[in-house]
Design a protein around this ligand. Structure first.
Ligand code: ADP
Ligand code: GLC
Length: 468
């Protein structure tokens, strides 16, 4: 079975968030299953990976976007160093950029990526068995393979769409149809949602099956999906919730080269303490106090807008008996407010930016990881923190409710229901109580480190779905 994962991110080549981690790991684990050949196709970005590795040009051609003709090359990484064949689509001017997102012309960018992939696949002798599209950036593929005559060779190839984040749907005006490859005009309704071309809606309508990255999130989409609720209910028969795993090889506290002190479940208590002492020293925090951490994008879906209030309120209420450390970036209002508190409170440390190595150090050092998400399709941070012996304090939503059970019902984390400052601070107070019971804390550290979030089970589930 030959599977192509189509994605705008893939760890370690280009990462903005969890999508990269999933696409960098899932194919590797699928390839361990007999008879499966999983590959990844992503854009050719201007990232260090392309300079540090060697590539073969496996395709050279052109695509048309309206009046514009664009050169397309597909580059294959020579050694399969990531555990799968990696193909990168090079389109000068549109894909060879520094970052995956944040450009005004993203409709053209992602359209070109999808056209480039399909042109290349049409030039092959053998058809793939499965095209696995990740998020709206590749959401037009299921439509184009079926309804664009140009890609007739791929008609009938099975397509799966995975919704990692339904907050982003890639809507564009119908003017963009002039730049798409020609399609059967009477099929326009398959692309339309509320008078716009909606690639995520198109993916749900046209894929042979679609998945969400947890069962909890799928249930929530029926109720809240930025206008697509009725669509997801309508298409329920081909919807599946498959929880993400984590790459246990990359995220292994015993071998992780980014940690100052490696550890396993036997020596976690002492070694975590050493990691914490070093980190606290570096950031001017107090190692004898409990350390709460947040790592992530400063977006409302992550509840990041609540963080400034959480910082001052929890520090005030606890009379300064806790530390908080935040790593992330995004919304400038949140960044500025947090910067202000970084000057005001000695119990608070902020590092603005994206720092992979620091995230690992924080997972290893913190006592508690805060995730006040309003929306969390799966969430990987809570799983990384548990693997590194850190207790997750999470809002009960989406993938968080599928992976973190509250200590009151026998779990090893803390849940709260409402994404508001008071509820978060209340959950932090519960955490502080736990912290003072060293024996319970130690049990939680061990219990969390033993959780099996390995990819194997979910990789099998995807293969079973493809086989169906
Ligand atoms: P999302 O994809 O919605 O951002 P996930 O929980 O699925 O959320 O994944 C986030 C990933 O990005 C994790 O690997 C997390 O460690 C990483 N991450 C987020 N922000 C940062 C940051 N500022 N520095 C380093 N890593 C980060
Ligand atoms: C998205 C979601 C996140 C999920 C990740 C990987 O970015 O926001 O919850 O873990 O995709 O599937």
């Amino acid at each position: 079975m030959v599977i192509y994962h189509l994605s705008t991110e893939c760890y370690p080549v280009a990462k903005v968030g969890g999508l990269a981690d999933v696409v960098g790991a899932l194919p590797k684990y699928q390839n361990k299953i007999k008879g499966v050949e999983a590959k990844v196709v992503m854009p050719w970005y201007n990232k260090s990976f392309i300079y540090d590795h060697e590539f073969d040009i496996v395709f050279d051609g052109f695509i048309h976007q309206g009046p514009n003709m664009l050169q397309v090359q597909v580059m294959k990484e020579k050694t399969n160093v990531l555990g799968f064949e990696l193909y990168m689509v090079k389109i000068p001017g549109l894909l060879d950029r520094d970052n995956p997102y944040g450009y005004q012309d993203e409709s053209f960018q992602f359209l070109a990526f999808q056209q480039g992939i399909l042109h290349w696949l049409c030039a092959m002798e053998l058809k793939p068995d499965i095209l696995h599209c990740h998020d709206y950036h590749t959401g037009l593929v299921p439509f184009m393979t079926e309804h664009c005559p140009e890609f007739n060779f791929l008609k009938g190839v099975k397509t799966i769409g995975t919704i990692h984040n339904g907050e982003y749907q890639g809507m564009m005006s119908w003017d963009m149809a002039n730049y798409m490859p020609s399609f059967d005009a009477y099929k326009w309704g398959l692309l339309d949602w509320n008078g716009l071309i909606n690639p995520l809606a198109g993916m749900i309508k046209c894929s042979h099956a679609f998945t969400t990255v947890s069962e909890g999130y799928l249930e929530e989409l029926f109720i809240s999906f930025h206008g697509l609720e009725s669509l997801v209910r309508q298409e329920f028969g081909k919807a599946y919730g498959i929880i993400n795993g984590i790459d246990m090889e990359v995220w292994n506290p015993e071998t992780d080269p980014m940690l100052d002190f490696n550890f396993n479940s036997q020596n976690a208590v002492e070694e975590k303490k050493k990691n914490k002492e070093k980190l606290c020293k570096e950031y001017g925090l107090k190692p004898e106090l409990p350390l709460f951490a947040f790592i992530g994008r400063f977006a409302t879906e992550k509840g990041a807008d609540l963080l400034p209030d959480v910082v001052w309120k929890s520090i005030k209420q606890s009379y300064g008996t806790l530390n908080i450390m935040i790593l992330g970036s995004g919304n400038t209002y949140i960044e500025n407010k947090l910067k202000e508190y970084d000057y005001t409170y000695t119990n608070f440390a902020l590092d603005l930016g994206y720092k992979e190595y620091l995230s690992h150090k924080i997972y290893a050092s913190a006592d508690f990881l805060l995730m006040p998400s309003r929306v969390e399709p799966c969430g990987l941070n809570q799983m990384y923190s548990m693997r590194y012996g850190t207790v997750p304090v999470v809002r009960y939503t989406g993938g968080l409710k599928d992976t973190v059970e509250d200590i009151s019902t026998g779990g090893a984390g803390l849940n709260f229901t409402y994404p508001g400052t008071d509820d978060i601070v209340h959950a932090m107070n519960r955490a502080l109580e736990l912290y003072n019971h060293k024996d319970i804390m130690e049990k939680l550290i061990h219990a969390n480190m033993k959780f099996d979030f390995a990819w194997e089970k979910s990789a099998e589930k995807y293969i079973a779905l493809y086989s169906n």
